[in-house]
Ligand binder design. Structure first.
Ligand code: HEM
Ligand code: HEM
Length: 286
């Protein structure tokens, strides 16, 4: 699936078809074509990559919004015909009228490069969270460098001492990111149905690690009586050891290794999509 069909297909057209139940039509058409073409869909929308172009469907208050993207006018006409024929067949006798109009870009509500997420692409805020946090997390991974010469090297002396402050910052960022993601539910790009459960599980595991790493790090510090200083501000003074906090904090290191594996797998899959499948999955996060 291309991230932005307007970039790949110069010809596009759209029609809003009055119908009582647009979600049912989306569901039927997507299920029908899922046997032949790559399809993504949910209750409110669907995307089908046909051989001759792309078809995007969206349930709106006015009915069913159909957007088509093709390489040339002939293929666009063919696509209009094929999509209209199929929708009529799926409509169980309901009369559907297609008034195609040409040259449409994204709908105004879709904000092609706006702050909010769309089905085509993560918005600027989600992308900002993703890459800022990815950078900071990779920075945190440098703590593994303490295992080389007991951290007595350039990285160990310059970047790693920020570990606790950056970890605390990441805790704040992940909370904000979860709040933001919850406001974007139902608008974000959809995973391919065949791997949807795996993708959701993988992203959920990444969120769990992003949350539990700083929490366990803080418990490690407090549990071992080291206190907590974040960006020069003493949040907790050195004190007695707290056995339960220390024992929960001891998961920090194994969890960090697990996160390294997850992130390597995640980035590897993203690159695989980009370099092998050329399906625009990486572009929607860029
Ligand atoms: C997303 C945030 C974090 C990430 C990705 C992360 C990652 C790591 C990694 C990769 C290690 C090295 C583990 C090893 O050598 O086996 C480590 C160790 C450590 N981290 Fe974090 N960390 C994070 C947050 C924090 C926070 C917030 C604190 C404290 C407030 C913290 C405290 C520590 C401590 C004390 C160690 C040494 C643990 C030991 O020697 O067993 N970390 N962390
Ligand atoms: C520490 C590193 C990373 C973490 C914790 C992370 C986490 C996540 C999470 C949770 C998502 C789901 C969307 C969201 O809620 O924001 C996501 C999506 C995505 N990430 Fe990462 N990511 C990391 C690094 C990377 C890297 C290095 C790449 C590319 C090489 C990458 C490529 C992507 C792509 C393409 C998506 C969109 C996937 C889709 O729409 O199905 N990520 N990432």
């Amino acid at each position: 699936m291309k991230a932005s069909p307007e970039l790949h297909y110069p010809c596009s057209s759209a029609a809003t078809v009055a119908t009582a139940n647009p979600s049912r039509l989306i569901n039927r058409l997507c299920k029908h074509w899922a046997h032949k073409f790559p399809v993504r869909h949910d209750e409110q929308g669907g995307e089908i990559t046909l051989g001759i172009g792309e078809c995007r469907l969206r349930a709106t208050e006015a009915g069913l919004e159909v957007r088509l993207h093709a390489a040339n006018p002939a293929q666009l006409r063919q696509l209009q015909q094929v999509v209209a024929d199929h929708l009529l067949r799926m409509a169980s006798g309901e009369a559907l009228a297609f008034a195609w109009h040409a040259g449409v870009g994204a709908a105004p509500s879709e904000e092609p490069n706006g702050l909010h997420d769309t089905r085509e692409r993560y918005g600027r805020i989600s992308r900002g969270f993703h890459w800022l946090m990815a950078g900071l997390i990779v920075w945190q991974f440098l703590k593994l460098g303490d295992r080389i010469d007991e951290g007595e090297h350039w990285i160990g002396q310059t970047l790693v001492p920020w570990h606790i402050s950056i970890g605390a910052l990441l805790l704040v960022l992940v909370v904000l990111r979860v709040v933001w993601a919850s406001t974007q539910r139902g608008k974000r790009p959809l995973p391919a149905p065949a791997t949807a459960a795996l993708v959701k599980g993988g992203h959920l595991a990444l969120y769990a690690c992003m949350l539990l790493l700083p929490v366990s790090g803080i418990l490690f510090m407090l549990g071992n009586g080291y206190g907590l200083e974040v960006f020069g501000v003493q949040l907790a003074a050195k004190g007695p050891e707290i056995a339960w906090a220390a024992s929960l904090g001891s998961v920090h290191s194994p969890l960090a290794w697990l996160t390294v594996l997850l992130v390597v797998g995640h980035a590897g899959i993203a690159l695989l999509h980009h370099l092998v499948r050329h399906d625009g999955v990486l572009q929607r996060m860029l």
